[in-house]
Structures are given as structure tokens and as C-alpha cells.
Design a protein around this ligand. Structure first.
Ligand SMILES: C[S@@+](CC[C@H](N)C(=O)[O-])C[C@H]1O[C@@H](n2cnc3c(N)ncnc32)[C@H](O)[C@@H]1O
Length: 211
């Protein structure tokens, strides 16, 4: 049987797309976000995908305004559908944002969130994320990242090694990134890694702060 595609959300009853992984990781991610995000302000989410995370986090963090974004038109439509289904008043309409674009449609934010993107994009997307986050964030503000990562040149689980091989086989520019490389890209842009949190299913949360 061929391996399933990496990100292939299917239509959900209310009109948006359904990515089942978001149902599994949203609670552990929310626990970290609740602790590290500011008490007020606007969170800029890069690569929101289906919008299920955006809807869930907006509902559970009502003191924050959530700005979802993505590159893909089908994902922007899905984010809109989930926003309508949820009815969260603090969830803004999605914006098209290519992380690699020289200018982002949002000039400033109080925090930036990016979940499961940099392994399924060229390395230049990670570098662009760091530069863009550094542009829009004030000093001390948080960039939160979540996903699978290597540590000290090694995979943290066999399943991540297999996933990495599949990613690289699909597109040689993709792959599970090493925390040290991500940290170096962040530092070059003016962001400092302040916390690494082990998450279920061999994923990590990385918390950066704008210097
Ligand atoms: C694996 S999905 C993750 C989506 C969502 N964050 C989640 O966890 O379900 C990766 C997402 O990154 C988006 N993406 C890829 N390249 C991008 C880019 N250059 N700028 C913005 N988004 C991008 C894709 O459209 C897709 O929605």
C-alpha cells in the first residue's frame, strides 16, 4: 500500500478541511501556548493549514486576537469555514501570507505561532520565518514553533527518521530540521531560543524571544 501524503486534509461536514493530527496535538500545544503567549494582543499564525488549530486556540485563548494565514487558497477557504463554524469573535479572517515574501500583510504582532511547517518546506522558508518574525515582533515577544526536530544531528525516534526519509524522497529540499540549525537561523535574525519542551509523539515545542 503506498504511503499516505504528508498533509492531505479531507472535507469536513461543516465545509472546511479536516486534518486529524490537529485533534491529537492541539491540547498539548494549548498547554504550552497558555503559558508562553502574552496576556493580551494579536497572535500571527503562519501556515494555519485547515484552520482547526486557529479555531481551537481562539476559543481557548479568548483574551488574544488570532490572525490565521496560509499560502494555499484551499486552506484559506477552510480557515474561513472553521471560523464560521466556531463563531469565535477573536478569530480574524485569514490572510494570504507566503512566509518567503519580502513583505508580510501584517506589519506587527504580539506573538508569532508556526506549527508543522518548516520540515515540509525548503530550508529558506525557515530562514524567512525567522526574518519575518523578527520584523513584526517587539523586543521580548515570542515566536512559538512546533514539530518534529533532530537534536545534535540525531533523530529522536525511528518514526521521525522514517518520516524524514519520506519527506526527502518526496522533495529533496524538505526534511526534519535540527534544533541547532533552527536556533542558528533564529539567532542570525535576532531571536533567541529560550525554551525547548518535549511533546507527545516525539515532537518538540521551541520557544524563541525577540532580542
Ligand atoms: C503540514 S501543513 C501544517 C498546517 C497546520 N499548521 C497544522 O499543523 O495542521 C503545512 C502548511 O504550511 C503551508 N505552507 C507551506 N509553505 C508555506 C509558505 N512558504 N508560506 C506560508 N505557508 C506555507 C502549507 O500551505 C500548509 O498549510
Amino acid at each position: 500500500m503506498p504511503a499516505p501524503p504528508f498533509f492531505d486534509p479531507q472535507p469536513a461536514p461543516q465545509g472546511g478541511l479536516d486534518a486529524p493530527a490537529t485533534g491529537r496535538n492541539r491540547e498539548p500545544i494549548l498547554q504550552v501556548l497558555t503559558r508562553v503567549l502574552p496576556g493580551a494582543g494579536m497572535v500571527l499564525e503562519i501556515a494555519s493549514g485547515t484552520g482547526q488549530h486557529a479555531a481551537f486556540f481562539a476559543q481557548n485563548l479568548p483574551h488574544l486576537t488570532w490572525q490565521p494565514t496560509d499560502l494555499a487558497p484551499a486552506h484559506l477557504d477552510s480557515i474561513t469555514a472553521w471560523a464560521h463554524a466556531t463563531g469565535a469573535v477573536n478569530l480574524l479572517p485569514p490572510l494570504r501570507l507566503d512566509v518567503e515574501a519580502a513583505a508580510w500583510p501584517v506589519p506587527s504582532a504580539d506573538a508569532v505561532v508556526n506549527i508543522n511547517m518548516i520540515h515540509i518546506a525548503p530550508w529558506s522558508a525557515c530562514q524567512a520565518l525567522m526574518r519575518g518574525a523578527a520584523r513584526v515582533l517587539p523586543t521580548g515577544a515570542v515566536l512559538y514553533m512546533y514539530g518534529p526536530f533532530m537534536r545534535d544531528g540525531r533523530h529522536t525516534a525511528d518514526s521521525n527518521a522514517k518520516f524524514d526519509a519520506r519527506l526527502r524522497g518526496e522533495d529533496s529540499r524538505w526534511g526534519v530540521r535540527d534544533v541547532a540549525d533552527v536556533e542558528a537561523a533564529a539567532r542570525a535574525a535576532g531571536l533567541r531560543l529560550v525554551e525547548t519542551v518535549e511533546m507527545p509523539a516525539n515532537n518538540l515545542s521551541l520557544v524563541f524571544r525577540r532580542e
